[in-house]
Design a protein around this ligand. Structure first.
Ligand code: 5RP
Length: 296
């Protein structure tokens, strides 16, 4: 222990002052504890205020979907370009190297499959296991307007309590019940309800009048990619989403089902982090595809 000999009194007191901690870069998050802010900053980067999350959690309800047949092969080339990985604990433990430095958001809701009622979800992973896995976030689907709406909202409320107790942010996934239209009215209802219940981040789909969704949600919104569409259309959707208030994307199928996933995630990064226009971002994808073809 340092001894008292040669002890020097504090001198530059004037410099100490009461400097305010810089405002936090994410809306609705300034009053969170340090740990929550640190984890949110690992998901949504402070330098651009944006994020490109790679979603590969689809197997929890639909099994080995196209592009996710072999998770190590799918993930290895993409990890360098993902700001964050959204996946299940089963895939994390079996298929991601523990040395991986990409922040993890764990899928913690489930309990149904494509063979049954999609909204029949509940909590399937404890906050304790999320801590054990060093997760930066917990993702839970709420099904507004679906048969199990109350069940998912009640379990979501329990997760919010556990998230605050553990200091792990909760990402609400506004899943869409089979008969619901993905319009601004429905998505702003779902996103706002999630935020009112305490979600720290909301993931929802892009729609017309998207600013009505982002502008009425007090916490950051990331856009879910949705089903595979043409690369230019997916890049345009991502560009429109961040231009209209989203802090980024949580994209899966439009990356891992692309014929050049690395090219596509690079192009998405250019759009999300640097506001690259879709047409020039598409060139990043095409150049990567050509280079990959040459190398093979
Ligand atoms: C389905 C999910 C996915 O994480 C979400 O839909 C994003 O993936 P994609 O871009 O393929 O829609 O919640 O499990």
């Amino acid at each position: 222990m340092a001894d008292m000999e040669g002890f020097k009194e504090a001198r530059n007191i004037a410099l100490a002052g009461n400097r305010r901690a810089a405002d936090f870069h994410l809306k609705g998050s300034s009053h969170l504890d340090w740990g929550m802010k640190n984890r949110m900053s690992r998901i949504i980067k402070a330098d651009t205020g944006r994020t490109v999350m790679l979603a590969v959690d689809h197997g929890y309800f639909q099994g080995p979907t196209s592009g996710l047949e072999n998770m190590e092969d799918t993930l290895a080339p993409l990890l360098d370009y993902a700001d964050c990985l959204m996946l299940t604990r089963g895939i994390l433990r079996t298929s991601v190297p523990p040395g991986c430095e990409v922040p993890i958001v764990l899928r913690v809701s489930g309990g149904q499959s494509v063979l049954t009622e999609l909204s029949n979800e509940t909590l399937t992973v404890s906050a304790e296991d999320c801590m054990r896995l060093n997760a930066c976030g917990m993702a839970f689907s709420i099904y507004i307007g679906a048969p199990h709406e109350h069940q998912t909202l009640a379990a979501f409320a329990d997760l919010i309590d556990a998230g605050y107790a553990a200091g792990i942010p909760v990402l609400a996934v506004t899943a869409v019940g089979r008969d619901m239209a993905r319009d601004a009215r429905y998505l702003s209802l779902s996103s706002r309800m999630a935020a009112e219940m305490g979600a720290n981040i909301v993931k929802t789909y892009y729609c017309e009048n998207f600013e009505r969704v982002t502008g009425t949600c007090p916490v950051p919104i990331v856009m879910a990619g949705g089903k595979k569409i043409a690369e230019l259309d997916a890049l345009t959707m991502a560009y429109n989403a961040v231009t209209e208030g989203a802090v980024g994307v949580d994209m899966g199928r439009n990356i891992f089902q692309s014929d050049c996933p690395v090219g596509m995630i690079k192009a998405v990064r250019a759009v999300v982090h640097y506001n690259e226009k879709p047409e020039s971002a598409l060139k990043i994808y095409e150049d990567e595809k050509k280079a990959a073809r040459k190398a093979s």
